[in-house]
Design a protein around this ligand. Structure first.
Ligand SMILES: CC(C)(COP(=O)(O)OP(=O)(O)OC[C@H]1O[C@@H](n2cnc3c(N)ncnc32)[C@H](O)[C@@H]1OP(=O)(O)O)[C@@H](O)C(=O)NCCC(=O)NCCS
Length: 343
């Protein structure tokens, strides 16, 4: 017989506040076209992207996260000291250790909360949200700050015409806290490691890791290329279109929600054609507001869902209390989908 007292958490959890930070520099397709043979028309029609934000020197992963977190904490109506845990999802913070989460926790004035980073690519927000919900319900933290943040411009090969136009920078954050009713549904999540090679950092990274810097590829200026993200665009596209609609449907079923009950759909912002295809396959009714933030934000990986959520609420396209399906998917390959009530 165990002698350990059970931990006491809240009956349920919900998202209490959301905040976003977009770097000040807006980059139109014309800038991308300086380095690749393409056209504004091709980029818009194949991806839906017109502009994206690129971070300046001072807009670091920590700085963007702190800005987004401040807004999310204010939106939640709590004070930073009440945060019991900080989870940062990112693939573009270039220190394996220490985690950037501890610096962010300190700089927002949260005191000494648990703080750690996770790597789950474009599903990172859903992974963080699921951990946060578990912590609130289990009782190890009353309020959890979940941040999705990327500086993907640092990981973009501007001479690779398959990826140069896709990625953007930014941070989105939510506060998850206690609730008397279920406002975050069951998460349908998983991984398909047999497809781990379809989105990855380039071979240069492997060479760098064994220390042979001389073998790293050079760009046209003779400078060492930073190990950029490459992908098998079509394979990822097909996977997203066929498999992720099924996962989204499973998340609706798990939450006991029909498409008619839904107010908002916030898929990961990877490609407008993927978004359109999912809307069709899921047979979402006309009244469902669909996040199409990709047009002006590009693909910001872990930041894309909270950034899109924040913009829908800020522009009045969605409102507090709306029921939203969120689904993230990407490098791993990994995915996570759940139904939430908007803060
Ligand atoms: C990247 C992506 C937009 C490319 O679109 P696509 O329709 O698959 O393009 P393809 O790679 O099949 O190329 C189609 C044609 O356009 C050409 N092309 C490729 N990149 C181009 C560019 N930047 N400009 C102009 N033409 C281009 C190709 O050479 C090819 O020409 P061809 O038909 O003469 O051979 C798309 O594959 C995609 O969005 N994939 C998923 C991305 C994603 O979600 N990634 C992250 C997941 S988190």
């Amino acid at each position: 017989m165990s002698k350990i007292k059970p931990s006491k958490g809240a009956p349920y959890a919900r998202i209490l506040g959301v905040g976003g930070y977009r770097p000040t520099r807006v980059v139109p397709n014309e800038v991308i076209l300086e380095k690749i043979d393409s056209s504004d028309e091709w980029i818009r029609s194949r991806s839906g992207i017109a502009t994206r934000h690129w971070a300046g020197e001072s807009e670091t992963v920590a700085m963007m996260s702190i800005e987004a977190s401040g807004k999310a904490i204010a939106d939640a109506g709590i004070s930073p000291e009440q945060i019991g845990a900080v989870i940062v999802s990112t693939v573009s913070h270039f220190k394996q250790t220490p985690a950037v989460a501890t610096e962010i926790a300190d700089r927002i004035g949260a005191g000494k909360p648990a703080a750690f980073d996770i790597s789950a690519g474009c599903a990172g927000f859903g992974y963080g949200l699921t951990l946060a919900k578990g912590m609130v319900v289990e009782g190890s933290a009353e309020y959890v700050l979940v941040i999705g943040v990327e500086r993907l411009s640092d990981l973009t090969d501007l001479e690779d015409r398959a990826t140069a136009f896709l990625f953007g920078d930014g941070a989105g954050a939510v506060v998850v806290g206690p609730s008397d009713e279920p406002h975050i549904g069951p998460t349908v999540w998983g991984s398909e490691g047999d497809k781990s090679e379809t989105i990855k950092q380039t071979v240069a990274w492997d060479k760098w890791q064994v220390g042979d810097v001389s073998q790293m590829p050079l760009d046209s200026n003779g400078e060492v290329k930073f190990p950029a993200i490459t992908q098998e665009g079509q394979a990822v596209f097909r996977w997203a279109v066929f498999e992720m609609a099924k996962v989204a449907q499973q998340a609706l079923d798990a939450a006991g929600i029909s498409p008619e009950d839904l107010d908002v759909f916030i898929p990961h912002q990877a490609n407008m054609r993927i978004i359109d295809s999912m809307v069709k396959t899921l047979k979402l009714p006309e009244h469902v507001t669909v996040a199409r933030d990709i047009e002006t934000t590009g693909n910001t990986s872990a930041a894309s869902i909270p950034l899109a959520m924040e913009r829908l609420l800020a522009t009045g396209q969605a409102k507090s209390g709306d029921t939203a399906l969120v689904i993230g998917f990407g490098a791993g390959l990994v995915y996570a989908a759940t139904v939430v009530t908007l803060p």
